[in-house]
Design a protein around this ligand. Sequence first.
Ligand code: NDP
Length: 296
Amino acid sequence: MTRIIDGNEIADDIRADVKDSVETLTEEGVQPGLATVLMSEDGASETYVSMKQRACEELGIEGSHIEIDPEEPAETLYDRIDELNDDPSVHGILVQMPVPDHVDKRTVLERIAPEKDVDGFHPENVGRLVAGNARYKPCTPHGVQKILAAEGIETEGKDAVIVGRSDIVGKPMANLLIQKAPGGNATTTVCHSRTDDLAEKTRSADILVAAAGVPEMIDGDMIAEGATVIDVGVNRVDADTEKGYELVGDVDFESAKERASAITPVPGGVGPLTIAMLMYNTVEAASRQSGVPVEL
Ligand code: NDP
């Protein structure tokens, strides 16, 4: 029987632990704070930011939100980041991507104080992750690691194949899976759009992580019998629904579940973990900056 992994249930457990830690911090006079910054009128970005703010509210984290007109000069955004860096009530800063073309994305990532970079995208934090000394693990790959742990899926000695090499999912996922640490020790292959014979690579996976952003590109034929399939993809495709679209993953769920031993659905798989891990990182940030220890 194929196990359909319930990401909401795993995320709920993590959120409960985060909430306990928020209470511990609050009792010590530390109110964890997360600032989100949006410089876009993109509907999906607005939705992501409001989901993050709602999660803050539910867990007792002080959420603050800044919206900057996308027509404003880049300096406006850089100045706001500086202000947030200097604000002791803000422990975590998240600038929702994408930013407008006239804003330099690298400058944004480098401007956020590494201690407050709860996304884990500052080059210093990327370097620490690669060196096996992560300050904040990037939320989505960290969430995937939590799913594997919660489901008792061993990574050590396993062949892991990741489809996608982005800075936010594919590369940090690979870095976590190859670490000499629990949740790592996998033999890891990273595939991308120039990979020759992708199906041959994906079929070699004990653990397959799909993060390409291509709707249902991985079907059952590309999956080994008994593999664990983690579908990070979230793709809007036209559908006869009220909204006019539906969300599908990078994996063709129906054919994949005939082959996999365990699989995450879309929605309800990896997605809920990403926000839970952002809350987790925010609480870690508050704990580190205040010196009040928490158990996460
Ligand atoms: P990017 O577009 O930044 O990266 C996609 C990667 O997939 C690239 O490395 C690209 O290769 C590779 N790729 C694209 N097409 C193919 C193909 N046909 N064969 C093999 N590799 C391919 O995407 P992200 O990493 O930001 O996101 C990936 C997916 O995950 C998206 O659907 C996104 O919505 C979703 N996502 C979901 C999250 C969640 O919380 N569940 C969080 C973040 C992302 P190349 O480098 O050669 O171009």
